[in-house]
Design a protein around this ligand. Structure first.
Ligand code: SF4
Ligand code: SF4
Length: 499
């Protein structure tokens, strides 16, 4: 039976123990790494182990320290529960090895494996399989100095459309999932640039209350944390969150031990109370109750755009219903969208990517004759200006970025957001770790990233021969993948549409 945890704390790396170690007599000893010894007290071998036998249990060191496992030359501590297990060999698929570790973790703890950020699972095709068609002689590309309109109106037929300077907006990342410093970076940057940003489901911290009011999309989630009528009245738009890309159809839970006093205050929770977001809105379970809520929100906000955020799946039916209940915008959050924490079996297996959902949503709204009235915002794993522009061409009016914004600010993709140990000050409430993120510096980096990618989107617009990002269409794209061409409705490499 393997030892739990880091066994190497138990055995001192002493001259005496090194002399007693009998590893060099063993058939499995990795002679390519011949300087190594005392694997139970120092480290696993740097070489792959060809396991033939293990002499450890015949060794005096083993007996002296009451060791239990074998093959210490091959053992590392892995997984959330710090299991001592064989290390991954150089040729072994990392995904397979991780699956083994997850099963070991789950069988030890009885709990689902949790992960952060978006799924890394690859689809057979991605946005990288489509390319822009350059204007040459039939259409003429624009020069760099020729102006391109990047401003967008979200909910153009609402009484007070949300006017933003760029189609790039910051998605909902709640205080609690991210640090206070991140919230301040996002709201101050959005305010400065005139871009849309979402409050996330965790309420609004005091320091953010009066920042970027003309651009703040207040999220109305199933948990309704910290969202009272006063906050709604201050919104530039309201987004009813029915679901999100990382775990559509599933609620979320932030345990009491992760709720600081400030998070509790901001979310209107009692101190020590856990934060629970149900899988659905208990007061919106059918067409009429949803329609009633949209009308109520429209009334108390004085006519700002009221939208809905959904995870992507049954797009045609969901979009039909949302159009019918009178929303002003639909935010599609695709497979691969980020999260602070969710179960891997959900994150990696539920929903479809936004590039597959977008054309369906666009077509559905067009067939209903309401595309001019209802804006589409695309999100879920979008990272580059080319991703953003491709989504605009596939039918989006704007895009949401989350993870890309966090990376621009300071995130290094440790992907341990759920642990509160984020070393970059992004996804932590630990004051010491939060010091790693300077608000002013983070804001400057996010500003640079948004300004740069906005300009790159404008340049791609010039390249396809247009002067307004709102004019991007599927005709500007071509797919190198036939299936993808059929799904998205863009032309295939031979220049023809695949039906
Ligand atoms: S740790 Fe065990 S298997 Fe590895 S070389 Fe030493 S005795 Fe052999
Ligand atoms: S238990 Fe194994 S690794 Fe440890 S000293 Fe003995 S032979 Fe070497």
């Amino acid at each position: 039976m393997d030892e739990p945890g880091n066994i190497r704390i138990k055995v001192p790396d002493s001259k005496e123990n090194r002399q007693k170690c009998i590893c060099r007599l063993c058939k499995s000893y990795p002679h390519d790494c011949s300087g190594e010894i005392l694997f139970c007290g120092v480290n696993e071998s740097k070489c792959d182990i060809n396991a033939k036998t293990c002499l450890c249990n015949k060794c005096p060191v083993y007996k002296e320290y009451g060791l239990k496992g074998l093959y210490y030359c091959d053992k590392v501590s892995v997984g959330e529960s710090n299991i001592l297990m064989r290390k991954r060999s150089k040729e072994e698929d990392p995904g397979f090895y991780q699956e083994v570790v997850n099963i070991k973790d789950e069988s030890k703890t009885g709990k689902s494996t949790v992960g952060s950020m978006g799924s890394l699972k690859k689809f057979p095709f991605t946005l990288d399989d489509i390319y822009f068609i350059p204007a040459q002689v039939n259409k003429i590309p624009l020069n760099l100095e020729e102006p391109v309109q990047t401003s967008v109106a979200i909910g153009p037929h609402s009484k007070k459309p949300l006017q933003v300077s760029s189609p790039i907006m910051i998605s909902g990342m709640s205080f609690g999932a991210v640090s206070k410093n991140v919230r301040m970076v996002i709201s101050s940057t959005a305010s400065k640039l005139g871009i849309g940003f979402n409050s996330g489901e965790g309420g609004i911290i005091n320091e953010e209350k009066d920042v970027g009011l003309n651009y703040r999309i207040v999220q109305y989630s199933t948990g309704r944390f910290g969202v009272d009528e006063k906050i709604l009245e201050s919104a530039a738009a309201v987004e009813i969150r029915f679901g999100q890309g990382a775990y559509p159809g599933k609620g979320s839970y932030l345990p009491a031990e992760k709720i600081t006093d400030e998070i509790a205050r901001t979310r209107n929770l009692e101190p020590g109370e856990a934060s629970y977001s149900p899988a659905h809105h208990t007061d919106m379970t059918d067409h009429d109750t949803m329609k009633g809520k949209v009308e109520w929100l429209r009334e108390i906000t004085g006519g700002v755009p009221i939208g809905a955020k959904i995870g992507c799946g049954d797009i045609k039916s969901d979009v039909n219903l949302l159009a019918d209940i009178g929303v002003d915008f639909i935010a599609l959050d695709g497979f691969g969208g980020g999260t602070g924490a969710t179960d891997l079996y959900v994150r990696d297996n539920v929903g479809i990517p936004v590039f597959a959902a977008l054309p369906q949503a666009y077509k559905t709204l067009q067939e209903l004759g309401v595309k001019d009235k209802i804006s589409i915002i695309a999100g879920g794993g979008l990272r580059t200006s080319a991703d953003f522009a491709k989504c605009l061409a596939l039918g989006a009016d704007a895009v949401y970025i989350g993870t890309a914004a966090l990376i621009a600010i300071n995130c290094q993709q440790y992907r341990i957001c759920y642990s509160d140990l984020c070393p970059t000050g992004i996804a932590t409430q630990d004051p010491k770790l939060m010091e790693q993120l300077d608000v002013e510096e983070g804001s400057q980096k996010l500003t640079n990233f948004i300004e740069l990618t906005n300009e790159e989107v404008a340049n791609l617009t010039r390249i396809v021969g247009k002067n307004n990002v709102n004019q991007f269409s599927t005709d500007d794209l071509i797919s190198v993948n036939k299936d993808f061409a059929q799904i998205t409705g863009v032309r295939w490499l031979n220049g023809e549409y695949i039906h």
